[in-house]
Each structure stands twice: as C-alpha cells, then as structure tokens.
Write a protein that binds this ligand. Structure first.
Ligand SMILES: [Zn+2]
Length: 218
C-alpha cells in the first residue's frame, strides 16, 4: 500500500441533495475537494461529478446510483466506535462505551456508561448519555489509489455491529474487500403509521488480494 492511499481525500454519507436539502435516500454520496479523486470515483461508479457548496467550501460530489459500494478496509483500526455527548459547554462525555477517550486527564478511566447498547441507548434518549459516532476509513475497491474516504455514522444499529466487524477484519488479516450498503428498514408503528429509515450495513467479504484475482479471472 503506497502512502498516497493513506490520505483521507473526502467524506462519504448517504442521501441525495434536492433543492439544497439532503433527502434520505439509499444512494451513497462521496464528497471531495480533489478534482482528480472525484473524476476517478465518478468513472468507477459510471456517473458525473457535481459541484456543491458544502459548509462554505466548494466540494465535488459524486452520487452513486447504487445502495452498495465495494470498499477496501486496510485493517480493523479503520473502523472505530466512539460515544459523544455534547452540551452547551461543548463535549461533555467522550468515551468508547466503557473508558473515557478525552479529556486527557480522564482518558483510560472508566466512564460509567452501562455495559449494553440497549441501556446506553435508553440513557441517550433521556439526554443523559452519549450517542455513537462510528467512523470508517475506506478505499473504493475500483480506485483504491485516489485515497481514503471517511464515513461517519450516528446509527445505533451500525454501532452495535462494530465489534463483530472488527473481529472479522482481524480474522482476514490482510486488507479486506467489503460491501458497504444502505439498508431500508420499514415498520408499522403501534398507531398504524408506516415508518421507514435507512441504516448503514457493512459486510466483510474476504481478503482483498484473492478477491481481486477472482474478479480478474471472472
Ligand atoms: Zn461513556
């Protein structure tokens, strides 16, 4: 892996911007300041890059028309789960679910969060506990040389899967080929209303090198 591929070249989230508003849709958006990266990604995804004004800086946006992306994850440390609670003074609680990550004086000490995700979620709902911030750094399988993209998610369901996925990535040992998808979950509430939401879903498919060989042979 060359050093260039270590660089975070842009961010990734999902949805589609329509009339200046981000609508929840099962399509991936990749945002980068690099015209070269945008072109590389767009040609792999078979779409055109668009210019967008995001947070006062102009970025190039590439929207995949698919709900899943083939990605390469170099090692388990590219997927990290943190928990954060903000209040009027700033970051009030920052941990990994059991130990503080900041401020420096508290780092490594027990943070007092409950052991299960269900209890943590209940506390967060009451405004008393931190929310998940899951970060994934990945390379696009079709153009790994353009650099890493960062995907950040506050989804509880995604956060619940992090430990298992990290174990799978560690078992692969090498850079892993993965499927990063958006699943649409639909359900009916107790008062009969249909509700749907999208959640990220990451599947480890296997070692990168051998998959590439298989794909080339196919
Ligand atoms: Zn905590």
């Amino acid at each position: 892996m060359t050093k260039a591929t270590e660089e975070v070249i842009g961010d990734c989230d999902f949805g589609r911007v329509v009339d200046g508003k981000l609508l929840a849709q099962p399509v991936w958006r990749l945002l980068t300041m690099s015209p070269q990266a945008a072109e590389g990604v767009a040609s792999v995804l078979g779409v055109e890059p668009q210019r967008r004004l995001a947070t006062s800086r102009e970025q190039l946006e590439v929207v995949s028309e698919e709900s899943s992306l083939r990605v390469l994850i170099k090692d388990p440390d590219r997927l990290t789960a943190q928990m954060k609670l903000w209040d009027s003074r700033g970051l009030a609680h920052h941990c990994d679910g059991s130990l503080f990550l900041s401020p420096e004086a508290d780092a490594g000490h027990p943070c007092g969060c409950p052991p299960t995700m269900a209890e943590r979620r209940a506390r967060a709902r009451r405004g008393q506990g931190p929310q998940p911030v899951t970060t994934l750094l990945f390379l696009l399988a079709g153009c790994p040389d353009v650099g890493s993209f960062r995907f950040r998610s506050s989804s509880w369901r995604f956060a619940e899967t992090v430990e298992e996925i990290r174990t799978q990535l560690a078992a692969v040992g090498d850079p892993a080929l993965c499927d990063l998808a958006i699943r649409t979950v639909e359900f009916t509430t107790q008062n009969g209303r249909c509700v749907s939401y999208h959640k990220p879903d990451l599947k480890v498919l296997g070692p990168w090198a051998s998959r590439t060989a298989i794909d080339l042979a196919a």
